[in-house]
Design a protein around this ligand. Structure first.
Ligand SMILES: C[S@@+](CC[C@H](N)C(=O)[O-])C[C@H]1O[C@@H](n2cnc3c(N)ncnc32)[C@H](O)[C@@H]1O
Length: 482
């Protein structure tokens, strides 16, 4: 602890002198000592080995190296420690050198500083660089790079679109890790879902299992004063294909980890069949996931796909109107979603569309509309409203702005039934666990497990005539999804 604190104090001087813009170029955020020590404490180390080989790629000033070496030595381990650090920023390198010399003074290690680019200096998948390390600890650079950046081109196996350096580091680390070895990483949570990370997740789960996840209740605490926009988590994986029964989940809301809460969640609840990773924080959330995971349908599989609204209003100004005429149709925005229904017109600007272009119009039938954007402080992520053809039978068409998602339904019962799902607490919890951002993506909704069409219709019939409250939806769900 003293060593990590000392090293971090040195680092603070570096941070104060280096403009943030410059550090951003390298994806540089430094781990605070308490987090570094906590990460080191998570490693399960095989102390029977004569030597332990450790990697810290993107080492910065070496705080994670210090934490892991101190942890191992303080445990009483007397064998050899071979530490390899990679760091490319010439400005931080003198500090890293100084700090590694201090670690060596206190704890006797052999170490190498590699100043080459961690991704480009080796070939991903090559047998020569496979199985080098027993343990890898890291806080890799968080930086989105272009899809034709050298690093992206070097690892096409895990890239889809413009990747983030952090998961290229992670994939390379998996490649470098010995079988049975562990990686303890602090990273953003974005890899847990979404298409951009699907190829990476496929690689991850072909080589490793997740054994521990730590979630921070407040993101400001993680990098002390450094505003990191993405929510970060600590993850520990083991290089093996043998799935454990459970994953250890911890969470804390203080920066000194004095209030760590811990529970074990079933592995198949945390890592879904579709290779999404669910970041649950307690048994209640885990139970919610478990309940829905028994359902084997998705919205597209029952021909009810969720899609994104079709009109980008600022690009189609010429066809938007404030007033109705013989040739206008309703255009629904998220502002029209009110108390579970789509209320239109409300006197909003541009709520009529005057066009015959088929690409701008949809059938006037029944829909469930779901807002795509919600504010952080709002209680629910999923906010939806029912629109029925009978609300405005005078129109042949309607249209939707692209800030709402919609599901087209053959019957009013189906629209009500989908409302029961999307307006319930369990689905809101599910979505929230799946996606930490405030956006509601149709891809993710389309991957959520749902009941079959007859059940959804029956739930809808039950809700019709009742108030459209969360409570009523929850009561109906209780009866149908056990
Ligand atoms: C998020 S910082 C973490 C620093 C340190 N590990 C810590 O936890 O405080 C990531 C580090 O990776 C370094 N880096 C960025 N790209 C790199 C690359 N391609 N190869 C090696 N190091 C790199 C940055 O200079 C930065 O110091």
């Amino acid at each position: 602890m003293y060593l990590t604190k000392d090293i971090y104090n040195n680092t603070e001087n570096f941070i104060a002198e280096m403009p943030k813009k410059q550090r951003k170029e390298y994806g540089q955020f430094f781990t605070v000592p308490s987090t570094a020590d906590y990460m080191a404490s998570l490693a399960s180390i095989d102390y029977s080995k004569q030597t332990l080989s450790i990697l810290d790629a993107g080492a910065g000033s070496g705080v994670l190296s210090a934490a892991i070496v101190a942890h191992i030595r303080e445990h009483g381990y007397n064998g050899g420690i071979e530490l390899t650090c990679y760091e490319t920023d010439p400005k931080v390198l003198p500090l890293l050198k100084e700090n590694l010399a201090r670690i060596n003074d206190s704890y006797r290690i052999s170490y190498t500083i590699n100043t080459e680019n961690y991704i480009l200096s080796q070939k991903f998948g090559s047998p020569e660089t496979e199985s080098l390390y027993d343990l890898i600890i890291g806080n890799p650079p968080y930086k989105k790079i272009a899809k034709n950046a050298e690093e992206a081109l070097a690892m096409p196996e895990v890239c889809y679109g413009a990747p983030n350096l952090y998961f290229l580091f992670w994939a390379m680390a998996i490649h470098n890790l010995k079988s049975g070895g562990e990686i303890v990483y602090i990273i953003p949570r974005s890899w847990t879902s979404g298409a951009y990370f699907a190829k990476f997740r496929e690689y991850l789960f072909s080589q490793c299992v997740i054994t521990h996840l730590h979630l921070f209740a407040s993101r400001d605490k993680v990098f002390d004063g450094e505003s990191v926009l993405q929510e970060t988590i600590i993850v520990k994986v083991k290089k093996t294909t043998v799935r454990p029964e459970t994953v250890c989940i911890t969470s804390s809301s203080t920066s000194d980890f004095s209030d760590v809460r811990k529970f074990e969640a079933p592995y198949n609840v945390i890592v879904s069949n579709r290779q999404y990773v669910f970041l649950v924080t307690d048994g209640e959330e885990s139970a919610a996931l478990d309940r829905l995971s028994h359902l084997d349908k998705t919205l597209p599989s029952i021909s009810l796909p969720m899609k994104t609204g079709i009109v980008v209003d600022f690009r189609t100004r010429e066809v938007l109107r404030n007033e109705p005429s013989e040739t206008t149709y309703p255009l629904f925005y998220s502002q029209h979603i009110k108390n579970g229904r789509v209320i239109w017109p409300v006197g909003k600007e541009d709520e009529y569309i005057c066009t015959d272009r088929i690409g701008f119009l949809q059938d006037n039938t029944n829909y469930l509309l779901v807002k795509r954007f919600t504010a952080k402080e709002e209680k629910r992520r999923l906010q939806c409203g029912i629109y029925l053809q009978s609300d405005h039978p005078e129109y042949a068409h309607i249209s939707t702005q692209n800030k709402v998602n919609f599901i087209k339904c053959k019957t009013p019962e189906l629209a009500y039934g989908l409302f029961v799902l999307m307006n319930s607490s369990i689905y809101d919890t599910y979505y929230r666990i799946l996606n930490g951002s405030t956006q509601v993506n149709s891809t993710e909704i389309n991957n959520m497990p749902v009941p079959d069409i007859d059940t959804i219709t029956a739930m809808g019939r039950q809700l019709m005539g009742q108030e459209l409250t969360v409570l009523n939806c929850n009561t109906i769900i209780e009866q149908w999804i056990r």
